[in-house]
Design a binder for this molecule. Structure first.
Ligand SMILES: *Cc1c(COP(=O)(O)O)cnc(C)c1O
Length: 378
């Protein structure tokens, strides 16, 4: 969007992505690094993040759906890509033709992949997603023997190649939770059961960001971090692990004005100026991902200091109290809502204000919010 002067934008720091990948590689030790770029790279841009991560030492990519995987291929990315959540009518043939590794969670999904492989006339790259206790996606224990028997037949016939067995943790953000050890045990059992069927996966993996950073006993052949790549901590209680937030949400001040003591501000006058003051108008609102429930509860970084939002957040705009405006904030200055720079509010603060996790905060900016990249080998 060269030349377009966005009113509200996310700025994605690809050097931060590279830094975080290096931090994760150190933790991963001998395990390979798959970077998860589902949901458009946690709303940071899947293609740009993937390129920066691969350049920094990641070797594989993980996404949710076949279309997400195909988008990366279409951008010329030839690294291994795994996707793991697809409906039965997804385009498995296109996945096979594009060398996308497909994670299956049921016999029916395996049959759909088989049909795709036969239609493409090529061997499908298969990964089994086993349920070890999350009880969400993944092959249920009762169906696992039938899936293994079918995989054995298909592998012998050259229809599929069993690349990996993987699973996902339910309590990785609570490092000492006993559920994690139970899942580890069931995971090892599932791998052993595959061997009893004559199936030897090329690799096995279970660690997300939290387990990559805190559970070396779960690293196996490959780790699969997402949120930490973007510089947000998976375990806020344990600090930031030296990660750097890659996303900054910012907007350009469109108006600065004086408000007299006793005047109410924004809809419903939920805030009244306690003294003569100066306010700045920031053109970002709930249509852009700034929840109305944050009204009057969050700060922005403006003129080298934090200033509180006052009055209601509206669809397109909110107001910030500058007091006597000692820094001389003017129209055109940049207001940072959250980001990674010194002094700037963190996405984690928004997560706490909204009673959610930082993952959801990264996914908030949408609609009119433009995206711009800095850093990287560009
Ligand atoms: C999203 C996801 C990840 C990454 O999880 P983070 O907590 O963001 O590190 C890893 N594996 C699977 C199966 C996922 O769905």
């Amino acid at each position: 969007m060269a030349g377009v002067n966005a009113q509200v934008e996310t700025v994605i720091d690809l050097d931060a992505i590279a830094h975080n990948v290096r931090v994760l590689r150190k933790h991963a030790g001998d395990a390979a690094l798959m970077v998860v770029v589902k949901a458009d790279g946690y709303n940071h841009g899947a293609v740009e993040v993937a390129r920066a991560a691969l350049a920094a030492g990641a070797c594989e990519l993980g996404v949710t759906t076949i279309p997400e995987a195909l988008e990366l291929r279409a951008a010329g990315i030839d690294a291994p890509i795994l996707c793991w959540l697809n409906t039965l009518d997804a385009d498995y043939r296109a996945a096979v033709e594009a060398d996308i590794e497909v994670g299956v969670s049921s016999l029916a999904q395996l049959r759909a992949l088989e049909a795709g492989a036969r239609a493409a006339g090529r061997t499908a790259i298969l990964t089994l997603k086993v349920d070890t206790g999350l009880n969400r996606n993944g092959i249920a224990a009762a169906e696992y023997p039938a899936v293994l028997a079918a995989v054995r037949e298909l592998a012998d016939a050259g229809v599929v190649r069993l690349r990996a067995i993987f699973s996902h943790l339910s309590h990785a953000d609570e490092p000492d939770h006993p559920a994690t050890d139970r899942q580890r045990g069931r995971f090892l059992d599932a791998i052993a059961e595959a061997k009893e069927h004559g199936l030897e996966p090329e690799l096995v993996h279970i660690a997300n960001s939290a387990a990559t950073l805190t559970r070396p006993d779960l690293h196996f052949d490959l780790v699969r971090p997402g949120i930490a790549v973007y510089g947000l901590t998976p375990i806020p209680e344990l600090g930031d692990f030296g990660l750097r937030p890659a996303m900054t949400l910012q907007a350009e001040v469109v108006l600065v004005k004086r408000v007299a003591a006793g005047e109410g501000v924004s809809y419903g006058h939920r805030w009244t100026a306690p003294r003569d003051t100066t306010v700045a108008l920031v053109p970002a609102g709930y249509a852009d991902g700034v929840f109305r429930s944050l009204s009057g509860r969050f700060d922005v970084w403006l003129g080298g200091a934090r200033h509180r939002s006052v009055g209601r957040v509206c669809m397109d705009q909110f107001v910030v109290d500058l007091g006597d405006n000692p820094a001389g904030v003017q129209v055109g200055d940049t207001a940072v809502l959250f980001g990674g720079a010194e002094g700037v509010p963190r996405a984690q603060e928004w997560a706490e204000l909204l009673d959610t996790i930082n993952y959801e905060i990264a996914c908030l900016p949408h609609g009119r919010v433009a995206r711009r990249y800095t850093g990287g080998a560009r």
